[in-house]
Write a protein that binds this ligand. Structure first.
Ligand code: ZN
Ligand code: ZN
Length: 93
């Protein structure tokens, strides 16, 4: 399963549905791994593909993350944690 389908399934979204970029709210088109694959040994593949590590972003923000180092990983994690808390499909949290 792709990271995107993991994400869409978690939020129970259909594939043509509008998904906002978690940073700026524009249309999210790519899934960013908060802990990158290149950070060897930090996380297992399963942990990398967990919803807590998958962040929906638009093309521009994704470029800012990777090409311009605009965000620190810890800040992205924080943004994502808040996003998950607000949008959690499970009511217990
Ligand atoms: Zn964005
Ligand atoms: Zn990325």
């Amino acid at each position: 399963m792709s990271s995107r389908s993991t994400y869409m399934d978690y939020f129970d979204l259909s594939h043509d549905e509008y998904v906002p970029c978690e940073i700026c709210g524009a249309r999210g088109i790519q899934v960013h791994h908060i802990s990158y694959r290149s950070h060897h040994g930090k996380k297992t593949l399963k942990e990398q593909e967990d919803i807590t590590n998958l962040m929906m972003v638009c093309y521009k923000c994704h470029k800012d993350i990777h090409d311009h180092n605009k965000y620190r990983r810890i800040d992205l994690q924080e943004i994502h944690d808040v996003f998950l808390r607000i949008n959690c499909p499970c009511k217990d949290i």
